[in-house]
Design a protein around this ligand. Structure first.
Ligand code: SF4
Length: 395
C-alpha cells in the first residue's frame, strides 16, 4: 500500500476548508440588478459554488471562463433541449443504477456536487422532484454481484467525492468483495472544485491506497475544463491520488466561453499530461435543457479539438472527441468540406459497434440527431459495406 505524506503545517494550503456559497446574493462582485435576474435562473437550475473556486474568477473580465462555468446566465432560460438529453432513464435498471454497455454499470450514489457546472447534463438530478439517485446502493451492489459480465463500475452522480469517507468506504469495500469487478471508477470534479478534499482527509487516502491494486484498480475520472483550474493545490491533490496508486485521467465537455479555444484546450491537455492525468474524452455537449449558451457546433468543435491536439505530446493526444448519445458513444473522427465522419466507439446495440457513419457537413449542427446521413457513398475512399462494420472489439 502506498502512502502520501503531506505537510501538516497549521493554516497551510492543505488545511483549507472551503466555504460553500449557495445564494446569488453572496456574489458581491455582481451588481444587484444583474443578481436579480440570476436569482430567477437559479430558481430553475440551482446555483452552488465555494469560496476557493470563486477566487479563481477574474471579475474584471466579463468573459472570464471560470465565471462562465459557474455563474448562471439568463440565456439558460431559453426553451431548448431536454432534461435527459441522452435518455439515461432508458438504461436505468434500478434506482441509481444504469446499465448500458455489458461490462459497465453506473452507480448514481450522490445527488450533490462541490459546485454546479452550468452546462451539466445531469442537472435534473439536482431538482427537488428527482429520485434517480440513491444513497442506498445495496440494490446496485446486488445487481452487480449477479452480473458477472460487469467488470467496471463507475461511481457518479452528482459527485461521489462529496460523500462522507464512511459512505465511500462502504461502497468501495462492497465492490471489492465482488470478484468480477476489476475497475472502480470515481467520476469527480472535486479535484477542481475542492482539491483539499483529498489533501486533508487521511482516511480517504488510506481507503483509496488500500483498494487500488493490480487485482482491482481505482481510476479517478477527473474533470478539469480549463488550465486555470490547475492551481498549485489542484496539482498537489492530483499528485496525492497518483501516489496512492489511483490512475488519473481527465474528461470534460467542450464548453462555449470556457474551453472552446484550441490554445486553451491544448494548454489544458499539455499540463494534464505533464501532471500524470492525461485527457481521455472530450465530450460534445448534450442538448440538455438550460445548456444552449454553452453549446459548440460539431464542426467547430472538431477544428478546436484537432488544433488543440497538434501541440501536445503523444500522451496528450490520446483523447477522443465523442458524443454520449442514447445509442452509444459516437466518436467524431473527421470533417471535410462535404462530410462529417463518425464512428461508434461504444454502442448499446452490438450491430452498431465500431460502425463508421457518414453525414452531410452541417456547420450549425451540434448533435447527432441534427445531422443528415449521406445516402450516396459512391466514389468515397471506402464503400458502403465498409461503413457498416469495421473495427469493433468485444464490448
Ligand atoms: S461536477 Fe459533474 S455532475 Fe456535478 S454539476 Fe459538474 S458536470 Fe454536473
Amino acid at each position: 500500500m502506498s502512502r502520501v505524506t503531506l505537510p501538516t503545517a497549521a493554516g497551510g494550503a492543505n488545511h483549507r476548508r472551503v466555504r460553500y456559497v449557495r445564494s446569488i446574493d453572496e456574489l458581491a462582485h455582481i451588481p444587484e440588478a444583474e443578481r436579480g435576474q440570476l436569482r430567477r435562473v437559479a430558481e430553475t437550475y440551482v446555483f452552488r459554488a465555494n469560496d476557493y473556486y470563486l477566487e479563481l474568477i477574474d471579475w474584471n473580465d466579463p468573459d472570464d471562463p471560470i465565471k462562465q462555468l459557474i455563474i448562471p446566465r439568463v440565456e439558460e432560460l431559453s426553451d431548448w433541449g431536454k432534461l435527459d438529453a441522452s435518455n439515461e432513464a432508458r438504461y436505468t435498471v434500478a434506482q441509481g443504477v444504469q446499465h448500458k454497455y455489458p461490462d459497465t454499470v453506473l452507480l448514481l450514489c450522490n445527488e450533490v456536487c462541490g459546485a454546479y457546472c452550468r452546462y451539466c447534463f445531469r442537472k435534473r438530478l439536482f431538482m427537488d422532484d428527482n429520485d434517480e439517485v440513491t444513497k442506498d446502493v445495496s440494490e446496485g451492489i446486488r445487481y452487480i454481484a449477479a452480473h458477472p459480465e460487469v467488470n467496471n463500475v463507475l461511481l457518479t452522480g452528482g459527485d461521489p467525492l462529496l460523500m462522507s469517507t464512511r459512505r465511500l468506504r462502504e461502497i468501495i469495500e462492497a465492490l471489492a468483495g465482488i470478484e468480477h469487478v476489476r475497475i472502480i471508477r470515481i467520476g469527480s470534479k472535486m479535484p477542481a472544485f475542492d482539491p483539499f478534499r483529498i489533501l486533508h482527509d487521511a482516511e480517504l487516502r488510506d481507503l483509496l491506497g488500500r483498494h487500488s491494486s493490480p487485482r482491482q484498480r481505482i481510476y479517478l475520472m477527473a474533470h478539469f475544463d480549463h488550465p486555470r483550474e490547475l492551481t498549485d493545490a489542484a496539482v498537489e491533490g492530483l499528485d496525492a491520488y497518483i501516489r496512492l496508486g489511483v490512475i488519473c485521467v481527465n474528461q470534460c465537455p467542450l464548453i462555449r466561453g470556457v474551453n472552446d479555444d484550441p490554445e486553451v484546450l491544448g494548454e489544458l491537455y499539455r499540463r494534464l499530461s505533464w501532471i500524470g492525468c492525461p485527457p481521455y474524452y472530450l465530450f460534445q455537449g448534450r442538448p440538455t435543457a438550460g445548456n444552449e449558451p454553452y453549446e459548440v457546433p460539431i464542426v467547430r468543435g472538431w477544428d478546436i479539438f484537432r488544433e488543440a491536439l497538434r501541440h501536445g505530446s503523444g500522451l496528450a493526444r490520446r483523447a477522443r472527441y465523442c458524443m454520449s448519445h442514447e445509442t452509444g458513444k459516437v466518436e467524431i473522427s473527421g470533417v471535410d468540406e462535404q462530410y462529417i465522419y463518425l464512428r461508434y466507439h461504444r454502442a448499446r446495440d452490438p450491430r452498431l459497434r465500431g460502425r463508421l457513419m457518414l453525414y452531410h457537413r452541417d456547420d450549425n449542427a451540434s448533435w447527432l440527431d441534427g445531422l443528415r446521413p449521406a445516402e450516396d457513398t459512391a466514389g468515397l475512399p471506402f464503400g458502403a459495406d465498409s461503413l457498416l462494420d469495421v473495427t469493433s472489439g468485444p464490448e
